[in-house]
Design a protein around this ligand. Sequence first.
Ligand SMILES: Cc1cc2nc3c(=O)[nH]c(=O)nc-3n(C[C@H](O)[C@H](O)[C@H](O)COP(=O)(O)OP(=O)(O)OC[C@H]3O[C@@H](n4cnc5c(N)ncnc54)[C@H](O)[C@@H]3O)c2cc1C
Ligand code: SF4
Length: 329
Amino acid sequence: RKKWKGSPAIPPEYDLRKDVRKIIAEIDKAGIKTIGKIDPQAFNWPISRKESLEVLNYFAENLLQHFGDYQDALHTEQRFLFHSRVSFAMNSKMISPKEVIDRVLEEYRKEKAEIDISQVEGFVRQILGWREFMRGVYWREMPEYKSKNALDNQNKLPDFYWTGDTKMNCLSHAINQSLEEAYAHHIQRLMITGNYALLTQTHPDEVDAWYLGVYIDAIEWVEITNTRGMSQFADGGIVATKPYVSSANYINKMGNYCSGCTYDHKKKTGGNACPFNSLYWNFLDAKKESFNDNPRMGMMLNLLSKKGEEEMEEIRDRARQIIENPDQF
Ligand SMILES: Cc1cc2nc3c(=O)[nH]c(=O)nc-3n(C[C@H](O)[C@H](O)[C@H](O)COP(=O)(O)OP(=O)(O)OC[C@H]3O[C@@H](n4cnc5c(N)ncnc54)[C@H](O)[C@@H]3O)c2cc1C
Ligand code: SF4
């Protein structure tokens, strides 16, 4: 998994822009409450089977070649990178997951000299592995799954999730993009917005409401398993073997958000210290009892135990300020 540093060149997003003013007018007339921003003259999502197949073909022919390498990359100027953007077409059943996989395998067989099998494996795994797994978890675990809160998180989701108005560059990019495009790629959802919500110990109901409202591909069976399970660890480990939390270190490693940020990604405490850092250690400290029996958390808890009480007090204090006043950061 690589950081994207300007090359290889990313082909432009497939252009399906269409005028949807008539539909927007109908939605407005019906008094339906909406969030986010839309350019009603340039709606760029497939709305038919024909368009869905075009998006899939474009991915197979132009983006698949680098998908695996850059699927975890984060970049201020590139919202879609080499991602396929086929989730909405699949979730709304305009195309089937089998069709998507078959088309990708067909392209691979045709272009073996150009497309390495690792790129194809990285893609097929997301659909045949994660997507199908989430479907199974949903049908096995619902309706109890919907109220799981294994870590007993109780905080409110910061208001800036609904406005994008925050000084934290990574969150500002991921949230504004979500409000404008109804799309963020997996690592933005997991390691930026999801990570921050978990580190600030936000109630999973609030996190679910946001994810379900904001993304074009948000259908409950695949949204809730990702949000409550994979991202918030609210199911206590049914979906993931450990919580996906990180400090600024990972965010800086995978992208360029930190270089244009108000905050210093290397600092844990002090006025300009990156909020993710104190929140990360504070989260581990606050929830350590829940992870005592989890071997995958051993290394993190071991590092935590080496921190002195004075340092931990400063970290807890900084984290408390952030959690109590999220919209000031
Ligand atoms: C907190 C959180 C919430 C999410 N909510 C949704 C949601 O509401 N609907 C949704 O379809 N996906 C969701 N995902 C999974 C994933 O982020 C999206 O499927 C993906 O970003 C869609 O963009 P893409 O089509 O360009 O995907 P690509 O990166 O091109 O991946 C290809 C396909 O793989 C499948 N896929 C990849 N990861 C997952 C996964 N973890 N679970 C299920 N399918 C996966 C998707 O169908 C996707 O279209 C969520 C992930 C997280 C961490
Ligand atoms: S310094 Fe912290 S808040 Fe700023 S972009 Fe990096 S991780 Fe995000």
